[in-house]
Write a protein that binds this ligand. Sequence first.
Ligand code: SF4
Length: 398
Amino acid sequence: MAAVAALSYSSVRTYLECPLRWRFLYVDRLPEAPRGYFSFGRTVHSVLEDLLRPLVVPTTRLTPTGDTQRTLDDFGGRPAPPGRLMTREELLAAYAQHWVSDGYVSAAEEARYRLLGETLLTAYLADVARAPPTPVALEEHLEAQWEGIAVHGYIDRIDRAPDGGLEILDYKTSRALSDEDVRTSDQLTLYQVLVEKNYAEPVRSLTLYHLRSLTPLTAPRRDGEAVDGLRERVGKASDGIRSDSFEPTPGRQCARCEFQGLCPEFKEVPGGERAGLLSLVDRFASLRAEEDRIDGELRRAAEELHRAAERLGVHRIPGSDRVAIRRREEAWQFRPRAVRELLEASGLAGRADPTDPGAVARLLKDPSIPATVRRQVAEAGSRRVRWYWVLEDGDAAR
Ligand code: SF4
């Protein structure tokens, strides 16, 4: 079983996209190919941190035990009043100092990015000078235990929200952003969890700040359903990592994966092996075709038997040596949140794990559960009935 280091948003996303790529990055620690837009993003983030650092007024944090709080005195005395912003010249000097040249495909591309950064940082400085933000933290690394799973993240900016509480901001240097991005970003949801486990105030809003257009896209704090959804995805990644499950999962992400040469999905069979394996594959393909043909015939025969059984009202149909016997199987799916709420409202919390469809289905047949509750639980689910046939020896069947 693999030890699981604290999971970040990008680590969870990488695992869910392709567990093998996650292993290459986080276990084998193979370096990612440098890319110009990553270098650009890093540079801009560093300059923004320098720019806004004088405005930071820290706020109360929770201690690791979560039940007591540090006060402002723990930040080295009362915080200094907000300092002054850089001048344009100082900003551009910081930009030159932080510039990272890695990953640009050409000098021309690097020059284009450099000019873009100069333009957007200058515009950002003017914007900030007009309406200075109220940051309580910048580039903050936060860690937390979330239902037994260690999670962490680097948060670009945490601001004091105008109506109290906190606002989380993440800068984006990408070309375009939509309202949908800010409403559905798992990254912001995880940041909300991290901030609320480390700060004494609630998160009020989440913002993706589009630097190219100086546009903040803001959404209200995530509700329970969004947080539950992310917790499920984080749990899935954590369970997979713990159980050493690192199968390659090809998809769109392969186009930008630098590990294709190591990946079984892309590695080629060595020339010397091909001829021998070719005939094996051909034999397998013809057996598979035969299997499909037989499967089709079996399905048609079972359907015909099913129609006869329905028409005659029987479950047993004798053949020469064997008896075909019809069996019924039903499978339930339930909405766990709805079942949990129902059981809690009926004082039956703990009678079944709402995430276990088999346990919830057993409640439906439990006479100690009031009939109205059973009916409501059934309405919170859907049932699939399947008929199938088994064969028994003629004598044994009689
Ligand atoms: S090439 Fe695709 S399938 Fe293979 S490791 Fe990379 S992302 Fe995964």
